[in-house]
Structure formats: structure tokens, C-alpha cells
Design a protein around this ligand. Structure first.
Ligand code: RFL
Ligand code: PHB
Length: 397
């Protein structure tokens, strides 16, 4: 026996995509239920992205999610690119006519969104089991799950949003899916450290021994990444070895990485993945459920949130005005942006990492490209325009 209920949009996944969708739909007067298989604490602590495009910041501000972001986010005017032991600054504001990026961790966005939804009486079911979706080609698709106290539920919906990430249950429900993918022959070892960052802006460093990225979470917390082998065992990386490798890959005269206790350590595979179409009947995919980019371009979270803006506009038109045009255009509209970000992320990744089979010809091409980007205004402008967010999606308030 299941408890039956009704909502307009059933949302699978309480990551940034699912939570923001539920928030935007509520602003548009559309009901939703979010079903998540992890605990709230797990969702709020999962270490992932840190960098928001200017358009993502503007979006969050425009829908009353900017308060803590404005108080605690760190606005950056540019980044550094380092190669051959020299550090070069790219000033995004002057290159793009005023655009910037903001460091504000995904954990904080997720906390803000959960708090906003619960304060508005929104329904988020955490720690669910047996999450399943059916009847997606009918007008009444069904979202079913077992809640944290063991009670089975069946929610009849008008549409389902698959915001359940790369390993979710929704993407496999789309028949005749075309998949485009690439695995990169390296991974990132990421650490979080209680150490004041020694840099005001992110440093992307290409070193002969591999890529390294210096990022941060706050004036007291550093976030750093090292290129490692794809199957690298974490136990090969005691803290001392990590710091020594970081000092080497970021070395410039008279400067060093600031060290402190490491509070989190993990290895992330690098992959590009695009699945199309992103819609089947009344099932719509958004975010990592449909596409993954390697993190070098800092695009994954920003892309997930842009999908959601387009999806919220489309669902409002479909469910409130009975107009299917935006829903019909949804997949193609998302994919244009997805492919731009996929190209940019691939380009940044290929320019900065050292592939295990790379020869000296490839190294020279990378260095030539880095010299070009740091000496030609047109080349730097292209990087800056893509990095700060090309052509942001707008939510129809
Ligand atoms: P998420 O965050 O994976 O959320 C999906 C949610 O669905 C739940 N789920 C299910 N729920 C119910 N039933 C099921 N069967 C379910 N299966 C899964 C999951 O538990 C989860 O809560 O996807 P979403 O919302 O699409 O968000 C995407 C982003 O998380 C991701 O793209 C970014 O984190 C990528 N990324 C970065 N993006 C940026 O824009 N800027 C960055 O600086 C950046 N850095 C990064 C990153 C990702 C990284 N890793 C770890 C992959 C740095 C790293 C290291
Ligand atoms: C991060 O702060 O986690 C981060 C920043 C920029 C990237 C990837 C990750 O390109």
C-alpha cells in the first residue's frame, strides 16, 4: 500500500539543480516535491564546485538568494595562468567590459536553497529509497519512493525533472539516447585546508609534472587541486607529499603556498559527457544528469543552474499557460550552451594538463597556446568571455 498524492512537478535530486528548480517554480506559482536519496547533512557537506559566473550570481540575487552570497562570496576580477615558472594575470573586468566571477562554495548554495525552500513551506524528502519514475509519456507521470520512515509513496505529477546527477535513475528512461563522451587520462586530487590562501585570485598552473589549481573557500580556507593518475590511490598521498608537490608546481621566486591542516581529501575522475535529447515526453533532465564537464573550466554548476532557468521558464509556460513551445525547445536550447562549455572545458583541460603519453611536440603546442592567451588581447578576451559566462540564461520573473 502506497500513500498517494499530487503535485505539478516531481523533482528527483536535491543537488543545486533540483533545489533551484523547486525554488524558481515556487516563484512562478508551480508546486513541486523534491525527492533525494541522501541525508540533508550529506547534501550540505558534499565538497564540489566553488566558482560562480557573473550571470549565476545575478540570477541568485534576482530570486532572493543573494544575501549570504553577497556577504560571504569573494568577488574575483580575474585569474592567474602560470607556466614555465612565470605567473601571468588575466583581468576579466577590463577584458570583458566589467564581468567577474565569485568564489562561493556549492555547499553554501545548497544550504541557502534548502533553507529557502523549507522556510517557504516547500517539500523536500531526504533519505528516500526505491526512487522510481514511470508513465513519462503520459500527461500524468508518477514519482514513487519510500520515505525515511519506510512508508511507500506515489506522487502523480504533470512533469518530472531528472536532477539526479550522473548516476541517477532518470537518464536511463530516455530511449534512443545519443551519448558523446571522453575520459581524460588523469584525475584531480582535491584538498581543503585550514590555511589563509596565499593568493587573492585563482592560479591555474601548467607544470612539466602536471597541472595544479589554487582556489579557496574563504579568507581562512584554501582549496587546492593536483593532477594525478586516473586510478591514483589516496593512501599514496600523505599530507607532506601533497604540500611538497603543490609547492613545486606553483613555485615562483619569493612566494609559497600557505600550508595548514588538511580537512578533506578526494580524487575526482575527469570526464566529458553529453546525453541528448534532454527530454522524453514529460521527463526533463537538467544538470549533471545530462552532462558532465571536466572541472578545469569551472562550468558544471553554472551549466546545471542555466538548464534549470530554461526548464523553469518552460514548465511555467507548459503548466500554467498550456504553451508547449519552450518545453519543445528546451533540449536544443540547453545543448547549445552545454556544447560551448564542453568545448571551453576541453580546451582549458588540454592546454593545462600533461597527458601521460604527451610528447615534446604537444608540450610545445601547449606552451605556445599559453603564451598566446597571455600576450594577445583577443585571445585573452575569448578565455575571459567564456570563463565569466557566455550568454547567460534569464529567468522570466
Ligand atoms: P548533483 O550535485 O550531483 O546532485 C544530484 C542529486 O541527486 C541525488 N540523487 C538521487 N536522488 C534521488 N534518487 C536517486 N536515485 C538519486 N540519484 C542521485 C544525489 O544524491 C544528489 O543530491 O547534480 P546537479 O544538481 O546537476 O549539480 C551539478 C554540480 O554538482 C556539478 O556540475 C559541479 O559540482 C561541477 N563542478 C564545478 N562546477 C562549477 O560550475 N564550478 C566549479 O568550480 C566546479 N568545480 C565541480 C568542481 C565538480 C567537482 N567534482 C567533485 C565532480 C570541482 C570538483 C572537484
Ligand atoms: C573550486 O574552487 O573548487 C574550483 C575552482 C575553479 C575550477 C574548479 C574548481 O576550475
Amino acid at each position: 500500500m502506497s500513500v498517494t498524492s499530487r503535485t505539478q512537478v516531481g523533482i528527483v535530486g536535491a543537488g543545486p539543480a533540483g533545489l533551484l528548480l523547486s525554488h524558481l517554480l515556487a516563484l512562478a506559482g508551480v508546486d513541486s516535491v523534491v525527492v533525494e536519496n541522501r541525508t540533508r547533512a550529506y547534501c550540505e557537506a558534499r565538497q564540489r564546485a566553488g566558482l560562480l559566473e557573473a550571470g549565476t550570481v545575478e540570477l541568485l540575487r534576482s530570486v532572493a538568494l543573494g544575501k549570504r552570497l553577497d556577504a560571504e562570496g569573494l568577488e574575483h576580477d580575474g585569474i592567474y595562468l602560470q607556466f614555465l615558472g612565470e605567473r601571468h594575470h588575466l583581468d576579466f573586468r577590463s577584458l570583458t567590459g566589467g564581468r567577474w566571477v565569485t568564489v562561493y562554495a556549492q555547499t553554501e548554495i545548497v544550504k541557502d536553497l534548502i533553507a529557502a525552500r523549507l522556510a517557504a513551506g516547500g517539500m523536500i524528502e531526504f533519505s528516500c529509497g526505491d526512487v522510481a519514475v514511470s508513465d513519462v509519456t503520459s500527461d500524468r507521470p508518477v514519482l514513487s519512493y519510500t520515505d525515511s520512515s519506510g512508508v511507500a509513496h506515489e506522487v502523480t505529477c504533470d512533469a518530472i525533472a531528472g536532477c539526479d546527477g550522473f548516476h541517477g535513475v532518470c537518464r536511463p528512461l530516455i530511449p534512443d539516447l545519443s551519448v558523446y563522451e571522453r575520459s581524460y587520462p588523469y584525475a584531480w586530487l582535491g584538498i581543503l585546508a585550514s590555511a589563509a590562501p596565499a593568493t587573492g585570485e585563482l592560479i591555474y598552473s601548467r607544470h612539466a609534472d602536471g597541472f595544479a589549481l589554487y582556489s579557496m573557500r574563504s579568507p581562512e580556507v584554501s582549496r587546492l587541486y593536483l593532477q594525478v593518475a586516473p586510478d591514483e590511490p589516496l593512501d599514496q598521498w600523505p599530507d607532506d607529499r601533497i604540500w611538497a608537490e603543490l609547492q613545486k608546481r606553483f613555485a615562483v621566486d619569493g612566494w609559497s603556498v600557505s600550508e595548514g591542516p588538511i580537512t578533506d581529501k578526494s580524487v575526482t575522475a575527469m570526464r566529458s559527457f553529453v546525453a541528448t535529447p534532454m527530454r522524453h515526453g514529460r521527463l526533463f533532465l537538467a544538470g549533471d544528469a545530462a552532462h558532465i564537464v571536466p572541472p578545469t573550466g569551472a562550468k558544471g554548476l553554472n551549466l546545471a543552474l542555466s538548464d534549470v532557468v530554461l526548464l523553469a521558464n518552460a514548465l511555467r509556460a507548459l503548466l500554467k499557460d498550456g504553451s508547449p513551445a519552450l518545453a519543445d525547445a528546451y533540449s536544443d536550447a540547453c545543448l547549445q550552451r552545454v556544447w560551448r562549455s564542453t568545448h571551453f572545458s576541453w580546451w582549458m583541460t588540454s592546454m593545462l594538463h600533461v597527458a601521460p603519453d604527451a610528447d615534446s611536440f604537444e608540450s610545445q603546442l601547449q606552451l605556445s597556446q599559453l603564451r598566446y592567451v597571455t600576450s594577445s588581447r583577443a585571445a585573452a578576451q575569448s578565455l575571459a568571455e567564456n570563463y565569466t559566462g557566455y550568454n547567460p540564461a534569464r529567468f522570466d520573473l
